[in-house]
Design a protein around this ligand. Structure first.
Ligand SMILES: [Zn+2]
Length: 230
């Protein structure tokens, strides 16, 4: 049995993976990388429809996320099942992330940037912070969780983190050839972008084109990349 994945994308909500890194995920999956998503909350506050309930929305958003992930070539999606808008930087949440990292042993983790200033969804801030601390030092250190060692979850060292939503970026990912599938995957999230018009898609394309300014290609997703010390 091999549970190891090359890349783990840890996101606060369904649809964050596609917005933040969908083109990159598609490119890396096409390149043969095995990719797993960990979705921390079920996104069950993300509706202004007065007929909608949190339970219904949980089901809908998980289905939408599975469909989008499949379209991009992602092998597995794990839902941690927290309520939307409820993430807190607690030892328990950090440990939950450590369990995922030690179970699936990714070399690379993609997540939200915790340091974006001002208007930034609190779940994004907390998720990025908890993931960063889970990777270093908690997932790495044998003595951090004796009970996890007993359960067979050995320490694991993640090599690189890519933060999306970052104000300061140092990594540009060419998504010119995967933009179409990124948009198709985004459209799987019907409850969120159901009314995404052609004009909005064109404007979004302009943002991605601006990301690629000065590069030899047309469209880019951007990240702040951190290489962990060995
Ligand atoms: Zn989000």
């Amino acid at each position: 049995m091999c549970d190891d994945y090359d890349i783990m994308l840890i996101a606060p909500h369904p649809d964050d993976p596609e917005f933040g890194a969908g083109g990159t995920v598609a490119a890396w999956a096409a390149d043969g990388k095995s990719i797993i998503y960990i979705i921390c909350t079920n996104g069950n506050k993300g509706s202004s429809d007065i007929e909608m309930t949190a339970e219904k929305l949980t089901y809908i958003r998980e289905e939408e996320q599975r469909e989008a992930a499949k379209m991009l070539g992602v092998k597995k999606v794990v839902f941690l099942g927290h309520d939307d808008q409820s993430l807190e930087d607690t030892p328990a949440f950090r440990k939950e992330i450590v369990v995922q990292i030690r179970t699936y042993k990714p070399g690379v983790v993609i997540t939200t940037d915790p340091y974006r200033r001002y208007v930034w969804h609190r779940d994004h801030r907390i998720c990025g912070q908890a993931v960063m601390d889970a990777i270093f030092p908690c997932a790495r250190d044998r003595l951090a969780y004796p009970d996890l060692i007993e359960a067979g979850l050995e320490p694991h060292k993640v090599k690189e983190i890519y933060f999306f939503g970052a104000e300061h970026t140092n990594y540009f990912s060419d998504i010119s050839s995967t933009f179409a599938v990124k948009m198709a995957a985004l459209r799987c999230h019907k409850s969120q972008v159901g009314k995404f018009t052609q004009e909005q898609e064109d404007n979004y394309r302009k943002v991605l084109a601006k990301n690629a300014e000065g590069q030899a290609y047309e469209l880019a997703e951007t990240f702040f990349r951190v290489v962990l010390p060995l």
